[in-house]
Design a protein around this ligand. Structure first.
Ligand code: PLP
Length: 393
């Protein structure tokens, strides 16, 4: 791809696509929103990287803290992976325990301990367990099915004393979008608290996406630690981890958990983050995005029905996944029962018609504030034509 603007992305040959990937969810304001690009240009002229703290970091921190009050203290880093690995190290240090619990199909970046039955690109490429991860490390990660609270309780009964933390995408998005069943997150909160383990919400996708305050505000759950990425950096490399003050005081130099980064809190990335969050706060587009996305996916469902296709769309706010599946998708196993070869044909044909959907059936699609109803109607016309030619499952 060569450039992007609003709801569109152009390839190197000049072909334009309606973009439903939007930098894997980072661009909620559409591509290159002027409020963000002008802030970036203004700040870049004053210096690209100082290697020292800046006032702007505190401004961004305050914006984040107002939106997600559970983040009493936080650290800026450069990628979601870095946020997660730092949170995991902190959790292990603060609990003096080693075992981590994750859910199959959830992706938390390419962190060694968490590249076990992971989602996203690794799952698409059939490598949910990565080469190069020492088995001794992977053995300290327990993997359970998403939404299986009984499995969580059983595991805690067996080895609750050794579990440092449960890490979860509060709404899973890396096996396609999978919503938490009612009570799942509440029960996770209760079981971790009662066993002295930490609850880490990986809100790299859901933060500032499902609501300004992320999934934790929507579902009213207070995690111990939170990881943010994507939207929080306004399209530049910036991510955040943070949470309870007593936990964050374990981080160096106050405490013994080391973590640092040359480009952490980089002024240009911070300027992009402040501009993006300020826009979101002022415009509060969440209700409108929810309505527009609901309309869009209902139209897709109607077109699939008319074409005799079985699909399921899981959605929350402006993120969703279309599964070629005739049963509910509630975890990785049910996601994997979808017809991926039809998805692949669908994706390729859409691309030829100038519509860029997620290139994997295990990814979320996103709408942005730049996707007007007129743009979406154009995409629907292409989807209708392709649906009519797909084989009926
Ligand atoms: N956590 C989640 C939920 C993600 O979806 C991702 C990336 O897609 C990450 C962590 C890793 O973030 P990054 O790609 O910035 O390292």
């Amino acid at each position: 791809m060569a450039r992007a603007q609003g709801p569109y992305i152009w390839d190197a040959d000049g072909q334009r696509y309606i973009d439903f990937c939007n930098s894997w969810g980072a661009s909620i304001l559409g591509h290159a929103p002027s409020a963000v690009t002008s802030a970036v240009a203004r700040v870049a002229r004053r210096g690209l990287s100082f290697g020292t703290p800046t006032e702007a970091e505190s401004i961004l921190g305050q914006l984040i803290q107002k939106a997600l009050p559970s983040m009493a203290r936080m650290r800026l880093v450069s990628s979601g992976t870095e946020a997660v690995l730092s949170a995991v190290r902190l959790a292990r240090a603060a609990t003096q325990r080693e075992v981590l619990v994750k859910f199959s199909g959830c992706y938390h970046g390419h962190v060694d301990s968490l590249l076990v039955k992971t989602g996203s690109g690794a799952l698409t490429l059939s490598s949910p367990d990565s080469a190069g991860v020492p088995p001794t490390l992977a053995q300290r990660t327990r993997v359970l099915a998403y939404n299986d609270i009984e499995g969580v309780k059983e595991l805690f009964r067996r080895e609750g004393q050794s579990i440092a933390a449960v890490i979860v995408e509060p709404v899973a998005a890396n096996m396609g979008v999978v919503l938490p069943k009612p009570g799942f997150l509440e029960e996770l909160r209760a079981v971790t608290t009662s066993h002295g383990a930490l609850l880490i919400f990986d809100e790299v996708i859901t933060g500032f996406r499902v609501a300004f305050g992320g999934a934790q505000t929507l579902y009213k759950i207070t995690p111990d630690l939170t990881c943010l990425g994507k939207i929080v950096g306004g399209g530049l490399p910036l991510a955040v981890y943070g949470g309870r003050r007593d936990l964050m005081e374990w981080v160096s130099p106050l405490g013994p958990v080391y973590q640092a980064g040359t480009l952490s809190g980089n002024p240009v990335a911070v300027a992009a983050g402040i501009a993006a969050l300020t826009q979101l706060k002022q415009r509060n587009p969440y209700k409108a995005l929810d309505h527009l996305t609901a309309w869009f996916v209902e139209e897709i469902e109607a077109l699939a029905h008319d074409a005799g296709l079985s699909i399921r769309i899981n959605r929350i706010g402006s993120m969703w996944t279309l599964f070629f599946n005739n049963a509910p998708v509630v975890d990785l196993l049910s996601a994997q029962r979808s017809n991926n070869s039809i998805y692949s044909t669908f994706f390729q044909q859409l691309l030829e018609k100038g519509v860029y959907f997620p290139p994997s059936p295990y990814e979320a699609a996103f709408l942005t504030t730049a996707h007007s109803r007129a743009v979406l109607k154009k995409a629907l016309t292409s989807i209708e034509k392709i649906f009519k030619k797909l084989p009926i499952q």
